[in-house]
Design a protein around this ligand. Structure first.
Ligand SMILES: Cc1cc2nc3c(=O)[nH]c(=O)nc-3n(C[C@H](O)[C@H](O)[C@H](O)COP(=O)(O)OP(=O)(O)OC[C@H]3O[C@@H](n4cnc5c(N)ncnc54)[C@H](O)[C@@H]3O)c2cc1C
Length: 383
């Protein structure tokens, strides 16, 4: 960097990539820059554990990273604030309270939420996760108990939708009046290997969760969903587990985004329009190879991001991130059993569950976690 003052590197959002970036910074400090982590929340979730938080196998605290403690240990300033905009030509990040933060280098890792296929009352997205967990603990059980028959409908049968459906079945197993439905336009686990789709469909059927295949939601009236084929389904509560969608603010700024609003990046993880801006994880879209919106890629991008920010600070050439074509997928069935697949390999059962548990606990063991009970997930004001 050519200016004389110490450059400021802002890490916008505390997703998986930035959490691992901070771990790397702890081991290899960069005295040449001032790092600031801006996060809407002190705690960030590790998505791989979430279905098993819902099913009661882990506490919320076991599945969240304490970003403030992590930043402190990495000699990085922590700022709890919500990002609302970006002025890339002025090198400014805009916060919800109107403040503007100047940066020399910006890295964006703010994740995604669910695409809103419909505007309905009683509709909640799985992400952001904290209000979703609060809703599961607070109003939902009471609403189910007060009803004679309660239809909980999940829109989307990707990995998140099916894992959450099975976890909800486990969580509310004593509430007989609860009926769980999944509606899906593309079928269970579209894009996954056929055997994995079959194994998961069997697990869903075993639990009497009703799957509505080829149900492309076209509208909602009162508490009835309508498909594009005019099928109808009554619901009492609706959960969105639809494909990942970006926040609106990147597309509203001057930074290059794809038609959906994801930030377009080159193989070095830089914005294709602004070289001093990096983006990674769900919010980013590699310009020439479409990667799944998966935590695996957000995790794998961390070493490349660390390397390239250090290289940029040292005014050296950047290196490309090389995504792997196959990765291990482990899907929890919420009952002590899980399904594994990678390339030609498939497995299902208790050992896979224990394997997933071991991988996820080992991942979280690198980070400071919130104190037990400190997240107050039952308190809506804490969201
Ligand atoms: C139920 C469920 C289960 C999943 N299971 C798996 C799995 O087993 N394996 C897998 O690979 N993937 C899984 N995924 C996908 C995975 O969640 C995402 O791909 C992953 O979280 C993306 O990570 P990220 O680093 O981009 O951002 P995230 O981990 O989503 O983090 C984004 C961070 O940015 C913060 N933030 C967002 N907006 C703002 C803002 N405006 N201002 C300030 N801070 C902000 C958020 O608070 C959050 O801390 C699952 C998803 C769901 C919903």
């Amino acid at each position: 960097m050519s200016n004389h003052k110490q450059p400021t590197v802002i890490l916008a959002g505390g997703g998986h990539t930035h959490a691992l970036f901070l771990k790397k910074l702890q081991k290899e400090p960069s005295p040449s820059a001032h790092f600031i982590l801006v996060s809407a929340s002190r705690y960030t979730p590790y998505s791989g554990m979430l279905p098993r938080v819902i099913s009661g196998h882990y506490t919320a605290e076991q599945s969240h990273i304490d970003l403030e403690s992590l930043a402190m240990a990495s000699n990085c300033t922590f700022l709890k604030a919500t990002i609302a905009g970006l002025d890339p030509d002025a090198n400014e990040l805009i916060l919800e309270n109107g403040d503007r933060l100047q940066y020399d280098i910006l890295s964006i890792n703010t994740g995604s939420t669910q695409s809103r296929v419909i505007d309905a009352l009683d509709c909640i997205s799985i992400k952001p996760i904290r209000p979703f967990l609060t809703w599961l603990s607070h109003p939902l059980p009471k609403q189910i108990q007060q009803s004679e028959a309660f239809n909980l409908v999940i829109i989307g049968a990707g990995a998140a939708g099916v894992e959450v459906a099975l976890a909800l079945h486990k969580r509310f197993k004593n509430l007989d009046q609860l009926n769980i439905h999944i509606v899906t336009a593309r079928g269970v686990l579209a894009g996954h290997p056929l055997e994995v789709q079959q194994m998961m469909s069997e697990e869903i059927q075993k639990k009497n969760i009703q799957i509505h295949n080829h149900f492309r939601v076209a509208g909602v009236k009162g508490k009835v969903l309508t498909s594009d084929q005019n099928e109808t389904l009554h619901y009492d509560a609706l959960i969105l587990a639809t494909p990942a969608a970006p926040a609106g603010w990147p597309a509203e700024s001057q930074i290059a985004t794809n038609p959906q609003g994801f930030i377009q990046i080159n193989p070095q993880l830089q914005s294709i329009s602004h070289q001093n801006i990096f983006a990674c994880g769900d919010i980013a879209e590699l310009a020439h190879s479409k990667l799944a919106k998966s935590g695996v890629y957000a995790v794998r991008q961390a070493p490349a991001l660390h390397k390239n920010i250090c290289q940029m600070l040292a005014e050296k050439p950047l290196e490309p991130f090389r995504p792997q074509s196959h990765f291990l997928s482990l899907l929890s069935c919420a009952d002590g059993c899980a399904i594994a697949s990678r390339g030609w390999f498939r497995a299902r059962g208790r050992l896979v569950w224990l394997w997933k548990d071991w991988i996820d606990r080992r991942f979280m063991a690198q980070f400071p976690l919130p104190e037990p009970g400190s997240m107050k997930i039952n308190d809506p004001d804490q969201n």
